[in-house]
Structures are given as structure tokens and as C-alpha cells.
Write a protein of this length. Sequence first.
Length: 68
Amino acid sequence: GAKTADLARRHGVSEATLYNWKAKYGGLEVSEAKRLRALEDENGRLKRLLADAMLDNAGLKDLLSKKW
């Protein structure tokens, strides 16, 4: 029953952030939201691993392409 502006101020976020969170998580149960968060964390970790592997691959290709 609190106003959006009061909630935003209390938690240190903007009102737009609260509206975005409501749009994203509004219809989810707590267990679904936790699962979504876990999947997002895992996805971020996998993206970092892929980026590291691609950098290593590019470095190796560069090293192997040089003439000795």
C-alpha cells in the first residue's frame, strides 16, 4: 500500500527500476524468481567463460600465424 516514490527512496533505487522489476518479476512465484535469477547468473558465467576461450583462441591464432 506504500507509494512507489516512497519505496524507491527507501531502497535507494529509481521509480523506473521498480516498474522494470514489476514488469519482469510481477507474475512470478518466489521459487520461479529464484530459479530465473540462478539461470541468469549461470548464463553470465558461461558468457564470461566463452569470452575467455575466444580471447585465448585469438591469441593462439595470432601467435601461430607469425613467421619464425
